[in-house]
Design a protein around this ligand. Structure first.
Ligand code: ADP
Ligand code: MG
Ligand code: MG
Length: 877
C-alpha cells in the first residue's frame, strides 16, 4: 500500500505524513482507549492529488476499498450493506491544527436502502432519520457546494411547522419531510441524489483534499505563517461513525484535561445529549457543563477522566479532547494540545514537575519567553473594549489608562497631585525621563520599536505605544487629533502595549496575579543555568522590582538620573558652568551628599548581591540650558540696549561645550580624565554609602564601572589618579575600608579588539551592546529608526533590527573575539552584558551560541529579568 495506513499500524509520531488529527487517533488507539476503527489516507496522496491537477491518485481507491474491508472486519458491519450498514466520517487534518479551516463529512454511506438497516442497528427511526438529514445537508454543502441556506431554510420551515425550537424536538414525521425536501434540493441543484456509498466516499475524500486549498484555509496559513515545511497538505481519515444522536443516553462533547484558563487540575468542558459532531461548537443549543456528566453518567465520566489523564500524562501537555457517547458507551474522537492562557500554562507545567510527570528540564523547555512576558502586564479586557481610535507600534507591553498630558513637567506635577497620566508626545528625549517615571504609560506619534520612548518605557516597565502616526499632536493647544476625535489635556486614554491599540476613555484592564508557580518555575531555571541574570536598575523602585523578579544583583546602575533630578540639575549646572573653584567644590559636595543617600537606598535593597555602578557617561551639553533660548534672551537684551554680561558669558561657556558629534564626543572616561571632580564626587558617594551600610552590618558588594573606554591607558589613568586616591581618602576619613571591584563597559570597537590589554587592568568587563552596536555599524542609534531601518528590513538588507536583537555576524562575533582575548590573560575575569539585548530572548540565544560560557551573566531591564532567567536556563541545557 502506498497511501493508506490503519490506526493500528501507523506511527503516532508521523505528524507530517498523517496530520495531527490522525496521529492523535493513532496514539489513543495505542494507549488502549476506545477509538472507533479507522484508517488514514496520508498527505502523500494529497500532494499527488494537487500535482495531477486535483485528481485522486491512481490506485488510491483500491487501497481505500481494502481499508473499508478492514473496518468491516473490525466492526462486523458492511459498507453499503442493507442489514447492519457501516457509516464513516471522512476527516481532514494537517500537521498543524487549522481549526475549522478544512472540511469533514459525517455519516457517509447512508441512502434510502442502508437507512432501513441503520434504523434497526440504531434502534430508533427518529435517530436514523436525524443522521440521514444531517448527511444530506453536510454532503450537499461540502461536497457538492450547494449553498448552506438551501438546507437551513427547509430546516427552519419544518421547525416552524411543528412548532419546535431545537433540532432534537422535530418529530419523526418532520424529519422524513425534511429528508424529502433535501432530496428535492439535490435534484434541483445537481440533478440527482448521490446514493452510491462508494461514490459518496470517493467524492468526500476529494472534497477533503480540496479543502486544503479553500480560500479560508489559505488565508489562515498565510496569517499564521504555516509554510510548506511545517504542513504541506492534509490527510483524510476514514473513521467508523459513532452516534451521539442515537438516544438521550448519547451525547457529543469537548473536554480539556485541565482548566485552560486557570490551570486548575479539573476536567473542563461541555457536552450535548442527542447531538452529533459540530453541534457543541456551533452553538445551536446550549451545552451542559462536564460536571453534569459526573452526575448523569458517573461511569462514563470516570472513564473519560482516566482516558484524558492518560493522554495528558503521555503527551505531558494539557489536552483538548473530542468525544462521543453512543448509548452509554464512550468513544474518543480526537485529542490535541490545548491552547492555554500563559499563566495557566506555567502553573500546569510546574504542577506536572511536582507530580513527577516531567523533569525540571522538560518544564523549562516547555515554557516560551512569550508566556513569561505575557503574564507580567495588565491586559485589555477585550470583551469590554470599544473601537480603538488609532493604532501604533506595540512597544512595551501592558495596558493602562491615564489622563493625557503633553509635556513631562505637567506629567510630574499631575502625578504629584495623585493623578494617573499618560505622557503623549510626538517623540521623547532623554530630558523627558522624569515624565516617564511620573506617567503610567507613554504614547508617541513618531518613532519605532527601538525609539527612545520605546527603550525607556521597556526599561522602566511602562506600557508604551509609539509611532501612532494617525495621531496629530499640537503642543500649542495641548490637544491631539485622531480622525475626528480630539483629545484634550486631561482626557482619559487607554493604551495597549500588546497590540498598539489606543482607546479614548478608561477601558477595563485585567491585572495579572502571579501565582507561586511563576516563581517556582524561575527558581528551577536558575538551578540549571550556567549564566547569571542581573538587572539594569537606576532607582530604588527598579531595584525592588528586579529583586522581586529574581535578579542576582545590578549589572548596570546608570547614575545620570542622579544629576537630572529636580533640585540637582541646578547644582550640577553650576559645577559645569561656574568659573569659581570654591563654588564648584561646594556644589559637588552637596551633590555627593545627595547621591550617597541614593546609593545607600539601592545598596540596601540589593543587599547580598553585587551592584555595578557606572560612572557618569553622557556628554555634558545634555545638562546645559537650551542654546536657542539663551541666544534669544541675549539678543533681546542687546536690542533693548541693556546687554546682560552674565548671560553672555553663560552663552559663551555653553557654546564652548557644544560638539558636532556629542555621542562620540566629550563623555564617559574622557570626562573622567578632563573633569576628574565629577568622578571623584561619585566615587566618594558610592564608597561612603557602602561604608555606611557596612557599619550597619549589611553586606554590600560594590563594583565601579567606567564607560566609553577605547584605550587601556585611559582606564589605568582614571583608576590610578581618580578612583584609587579618592577611595583612600574616603577610607582614611572613615577609619574603615571596604573591598570593591573596578571594571569597564565594553562599548567601543577598539576596546573589544584590545580586550587583553583592558583585562589586564580591571576586575570585570560588561558589554554595553547598544553603543557597541552603534559603533560596529556606524549607525546612529537615535536616528536609524525614523530614517532607514524599516526600509532596510523590508528590502531584506538586514534580517532584523540589530538594536533589538544582537547582530550575530558582526557584534556578537566581535564580543567573542574580545572575550577570548580577555580570558587569554585573565581566565577568571568576570564578563557580562548589559544593554537592551540582555533581556531579549533571541539575543540571549545568539550570544549563548556565539560567545557561550565566556559570558558570566546577562543584565536586563527589571521586567525582562524573568525572561532572561528562563532563556539562559534553556540555553544551558
Ligand atoms: P474539525 O477539525 O472541524 O473538528 P473533525 O474531523 O474533528 O473536524 O469532525 C467534526 C466533528 O465531527 C467533530 O465534533 C468530531 O468529533 C465529529 N466526528 C468526526 N468523526 C466522527 C465519527 N466517526 N463519529 C462521530 N463523530 C465524529
Ligand atoms: Mg475536531
Ligand atoms: Mg553606552
Amino acid at each position: 500500500r502506498k497511501y493508506v495506513l490503519t490506526f493500528e499500524e501507523a506511527n503516532p509520531d508521523d505528524v507530517k505524513l498523517l496530520g495531527g488529527k490522525a496521529t492523535s487517533l493513532v496514539l489513543m488507539t495505542r494507549l488502549g482507549l476506545p477509538v472507533p476503527p479507522g484508517f488514514t489516507i496520508t498527505t502523500v496522496a494529497c500532494k499527488e492529488y494537487y500535482k495531477s491537477g486535483e485528481k485522486l491518485p491512481e490506485g488510491l481507491m483500491d487501497e481505500v476499498i481494502e481499508g473499508v474491508r478492514y473496518l468491516e472486519s473490525k466492526t462486523g458491519r458492511k459498507f453499503g450493506g442493507g442489514d447492519t450498514p457501516l457509516l464513516v466520517s471522512v476527516r481532514s487534518g494537517a500537521a498543524v491544527s487549522m481549526p475549522g479551516m478544512m472540511d469533514t463529512v459525517l455519516n457517509v454511506g447512508l441512502n434510502d436502502k442502508t437507512l432501513q438497516g441503520f434504523i434497526k442497528f440504531i434502534g430508533s427511526e427518529h435517530a436514523a432519520y436525524d443522521a440521514y438529514r444531517r448527511f444530506l445537508a453536510m454532503f450537499g454543502r461540502i461536497v457538492l457546494g450547494i449553498p448552506e441556506e438551501e438546507f437551513n431554510k427547509p430546516l427552519d420551515e419544518i421547525k416552524r411547522k411543528y412548532g419546535v425550537k431545537e433540532d432534537p424536538e422535530i418529530p419523526l414525521q418532520g424529519l422524513k419531510e425534511l429528508v424529502d425536501l433535501y432530496k428535492q434540493v439535490y435534484i434541483r441543484r445537481v440533478g440527482k441524489v448521490i446514493d452510491d456509498p462508494w461514490e459518496q466516499l470517493r467524492l468526500s475524500i476529494d472534497a477533503v483534499f480540496k479543502s486544503w486549498n479553500s480560500p479560508r484555509a489559505k488565508f489562515y496559513r498565510e496569517a499564521n505563517k504555516i509554510t510548506p515545511d511545517i504542513a504541506d497538505c492534509t490527510a483524510a481519515s476514514v473513521v467508523t461513525m459513532v452516534f451521539g444522536n442515537a438516544d438521550w443516553r448519547s451525547a457529543t462533547g469537548v473536554v480539556f484535561s485541565r482548566n485552560p484558563a486557570t490551570g486548575e487540575d479539573e476536567l473542563y468542558g461541555e457536552y450535548l445529549p442527542y447531538a452529533q459532531g459540530e453541534d457543541v461548537v456551533a452553538g445551536i443549543r446550549t451545552p451542559k457543563p462536564i460536571s453534569e456528566l459526573k452526575k448523569e453518567m458517573p461511569e462514563v465520566y470516570q472513564q473519560l477522566y482516566e482516558g484524558v489523564k492518560k493522554i495528558e500524562r503521555y503527551k505531558k501537555a494539557v489536552q483538548d479532547v473530542e468525544f462521543t457517547i453512543e448509548k452509554g458507551k464512550l468513544w474518543f474522537l480526537q485529542t490535541r494540545n490545548a491552547k492555554m492562557n500563559p499563566l495557566a500554562m506555567i502553573k500546569v507545567t510546574v504542577d506536572m514537575v511536582k507530580q513527577n510527570w516531567m523533569t525540571k528540564e522538560e518544564a523549562i523547555m516547555t515554557i516560551k519567553p512569550q508566556h513569561i512576558l505575557q503574564v507580567l502586564y495588565p491586559r485589555i479586557d477585550e470583551a469590554k473594549a470599544p473601537k480603538p481610535i488609532v493604532k501604533g507600534i506595540a512597544a512595551s507591553p501592558g495596558a493602562v489608562s491615564g489622563q493625557a498630558v503633553f509635556d513631562p513637567d505637567t506629567a510630574v506635577e499631575w502625578a504629584k497631585a495623585g493623578k494617573r497620566v499618560i505622557l503623549v508626545r510626538e517623540e521623547t528625549k532623554p530630558d523627558d525621563v522624569h515624565g516617564f517615571y511620573a506617567s503610567v504609560g507613554i504614547l508617541t506619534s513618531r518613532g519605532g520599536a527601538t525609539s527612545h520612548a520605546a527603550v525607556v518605557a521597556r526599561a522602566i516597565g511602562r506600557p508604551a505605544v509609539v509611532g501612532a502616526e494617525g495621531l496629530k499632536i499640537d503642543y500649542s493647544t495641548r490637544t491631539a487629533k485622531a480622525g475626528d476625535v480630539v483629545i484634550k489635556e486631561g482626557d482619559w486614554l487607554t493604551i495597549d502595549g500588546f497590540t498598539g491599540n489606543v482607546y479614548v476613555g478608561q477601558v477595563s484592564t485585567i491585572e495579572p496575579k502571579l501565582p507561586p508557580e511563576f516563581y517556582e518555575l524561575l527558581d528551577m531555571a536558575d538551578s540549571v543555568s550556567v549564566f547569571g541574570v542581573k538587572a539594569n536598575a537606576d532607582t530604588p523602585e527598579d531595584a525592588t522590582i528586579a529583586r522581586r523578579f529574581g535578579a542576582k544583583g545590578i549589572g548596570l546602575l546608570r547614575t545620570e538620573r542622579m544629576f537630572r533630578a529636580p533640585g540637582r540639575l541646578e547644582l550640577f549646572r553650576s559645577v559645569i558652568l561656574s568659573t569659581n573653584a570654591n563654588e564648584r567644590r561646594d556644589a559637588l559636595n552637596k551633590l555627593a551628599e545627595l547621591m550617597r543617600r541614593d546609593f545607600e537606598e539601592i545598596f540596601e535593597i540589593m543587599e547580598g548581591y553585587p551592584v555595578t555602578v557606572r560612572l557618569f557617561d553622557p556628554p555634558l551639553h545634555e545638562f546645559l540650558p537650551n542654546v536657542e533660548e539663551l541666544v534669544a534672551e541675549v539678543t533681546r537684551a542687546r536690542t533693548l540696549g541693556r546687554p546682560d554680561p552674565e548671560k553672555e558669558a553663560l552663552l559663551a561657556r555653553v557654546r564652548a561645550l557644544m560638539e558636532a558629534n556629542p555621542m562620540m564626543g566629550h563623555r564617559g572616561v574622557r570626562l573622567g580624565i578632563t573633569f576628574p571632580d565629577i568622578y571623584m564626587a561619585q566615587v566618594k558617594a558610592i564608597l561612603e554609602a557602602a561604608l555606611e551600610l557596612k557599619k550597619r552590618g549589611k553586606n554590600v558588594q560594590v563594583q565601579i564601572m567606567i564607560p566609553q573606554v577605547s584605550e587601556y591607558k585611559e582606564l589605568e589613568y582614571v583608576i590610578n589618579n581618580v578612583v584609587k586616591p579618592t577611595a583612600e581618602e574616603v577610607f582614611k576619613n572613615y577609619g574603615d575600608r571596604i573591598d570593591f571591584k573596578i571594571g569597564t563597559m565594553m562599548e567601543t570597537v577598539r576596546a573589544s579588539l584590545t580586550a587583553d590589554k583592558i583585562a589586564s587592568v580591571v576586575d570585570f568587563m560588561s558589554f554595553g551592546t547598544n553603543d557597541l552596536t552603534q559603533a560596529v555599524f556606524s549607525f546612529s542609534r537615535d536616528d536609524v529608526e525614523n530614517k532607514f531601518m524599516s526600509q532596510y528590513l523590508n528590502l531584506g538588507i538586514l534580517p532584523y533590527d540589530p538594536f533589538v536583537t544582537i547582530d550575530r555576524d558582526g557584534v556578537a562575533k566581535l564580543m567573542k573575539i574580545a572575550v577570548d582575548l580577555a580570558r587569554s590573560v585573565k581566565p577568571n575575569i568576570e564578563i557580562g552584558i548589559c544593554g537592551e539585548h540582555g533581556g531579549d530572548a533571541d539575543s540571549i540565544r545568539i550570544l549563548a551560541e556565539v560567545v557561550g560560557r565566556g559570558l558570566d551573566y546577562f543584565s536586563a531591564s527589571p521586567y525582562r529579568v524573568p525572561v532572561a532567567r528562563l532563556v539562559t536556563a534553556q540555553e544551558s541545557l
